[in-house]
Ligand binder design. Structure first.
Ligand SMILES: [Zn+2]
Length: 418
């Protein structure tokens, strides 16, 4: 029995897998402190490869711009007027080693643990319920000492394989498809240099989700808070009655934050306050925290809580000084997608026609689509079939990636009728 969702998925799978294995070998890790766009030159290596492959598939206008964005067009078949975008990001996460990826295909997974050859890395279905359900699938992993890069090269390979399939089959109905590959999504800059006007699509889909069937039109609203505490630094031998220790105040502030409002204690639709980086000396302490919620009012109350806690703790020492700088990172895409229900509906139809039940889950994070939707390009997120992102245990099912590629072909058909 085939575990592919359709003969179409099975037909696309070999080309998809071949592309995926080629793309993950390119080191495209982005860097938070990297200057310019893209933040690392390796991303351009993959982007150039994609431009060449798009041209080879017949997308003659494929082009890499000076900020590292790839755009290309697959013209519509007769009569279709819509212009629809397909997006994926070429960079991989800075949070796990990303150079020297050597993918391994575990054919017809028999169940049980998968032991990778390096670093003693083990994929244990007892800890990974998603993997437990994939018996019989072909599972792709890294060699254990790097991430795999399915986030988001699964999405890149799915778009490339689907577009190549459509280009080779002009009898399949499709709208004008605009293809976009973006840099630096993992460091929150993916949408910043994206030229929505030049892209020229009425809507787009990021192929950047996970579990098969996922269709996401709701993300956190993301805010970063930078809290700076100024103390008074005096030689400890002469400090009596003079020294004000900013490091101690930072510690008290962290301890005063409610533990139940943390990422580790929340799930589903609950938001959180997450201090993720602290640097402190006697004279100055800086706490960087992210604040998240789906609901704007709740988000504002989390920010207010963080601010008043900081004011109370630091205010207990009148000679200390406090600065709180709150920066918006990305908005919940939902309010920007709501006026265009046909965008999500089309994806639901496409997923169903691939024989999959759509899974509507909110994203506890942001995607390129969060900002793009607010920039006027309604962009929900679609599954890719990859799991355990940003870790050396990252894996992807060939059958599920093929289902995503086939869903793109179905999506083209849905939009050809509009
Ligand atoms: Zn991603």
């Amino acid at each position: 029995m085939s575990l592919f969702t359709s003969p179409l998925a099975e037909e696309i799978a070999p080309d998809l897998l071949e592309r995926f294995q080629r793309y993950v070998r390119v080191d495209t890790q982005s860097r938070r402190d990297g200057e310019g766009s893209p933040s690392t030159p390796g991303q351009l290596d993959l982007s150039r490869m994609l431009v060449d492959e798009l041209k080879a598939a017949g997308l003659a206008d494929a082009q890499l711009d000076d900020k590292g964005y790839v755009m290309a067009t697959l013209p519509a078949t007769d009569g279709a007027t819509a212009v629809v975008g397909l997006l994926a990001h070429v960079d991989t996460s800075p949070d796990a080693p990303g150079a020297g990826v050597e993918p391994i295909v575990h054919r017809a997974y028999a169940g049980g643990t998968i032991e990778l050859p390096r670093n003693g890395t083990v994929l244990d279905p007892a800890k990974m319920p998603e993997l437990a359900g994939k018996e019989g699938h072909d599972i792709v992993t890294s060699s254990g000492d790097t991430l795999l890069g399915a986030d988001d090269k699964a999405g890149v390979a799915e778009i490339m394989a689907a577009v190549a399939h459509l280009a080779a089959h002009p009898e399949l109905p499709r709208p004008t498809l605009r293809i976009g590959f973006t840099p630096d999504e993992e460091i929150g800059r993916g949408a910043l240099g994206f030229d929505v006007e030049r892209f020229g699509a009425v809507c787009a889909y990021t192929m950047d989700g996970s579990t098969v069937g996922e269709l996401q039109d709701e993300t956190f609203t993301g805010v970063e808070a930078i809290i700076t505490i100024h103390g008074i630094d005096v030689h400890p031998g002469f400090a009596t009655g003079k020294l004000v220790n900013a490091a101690r105040l930072a510690g008290r502030l962290l301890a005063a934050l409610p533990p139940d409002l943390s990422p580790e204690a929340t799930s589903g639709r609950q938001g959180f306050i997450h201090p993720y980086e602290v640097s402190a000396t006697t004279g100055q302490a800086v706490i960087r925290a992210i604040v998240r919620d789906f609901d704007e009012d709740l988000l504002q109350s989390h920010i207010a809580l963080l601010r008043t806690t900081a004011e109370e703790v630091v205010g207990s020492e009148p000679r200390a000084r406090l600065e709180v700088d709150v920066r918006r990172q990305y908005p919940n895409m939902r309010s920007h997608l709501a006026p265009f229900p046909e965008v999500v509906e089309a994806a639901e139809r496409a997923i169903r026609s691939e024989g999959i039940e759509p899974l509507r889950t909110p994203i506890r994070g942001g995607t390129d689509g969060s900002l793009l939707s607010s920039m006027g390009l309604p962009t929900p997120n679609v599954f890719t079939g990859g799991h355990e992102y940003h870790s050396v245990r990252e894996w992807a099912s060939v059958q599920d990636m093929a289902a995503a590629a086939a869903t793109i072909v179905r999506l083209a058909e849905v939009w050809s009728q509009r």
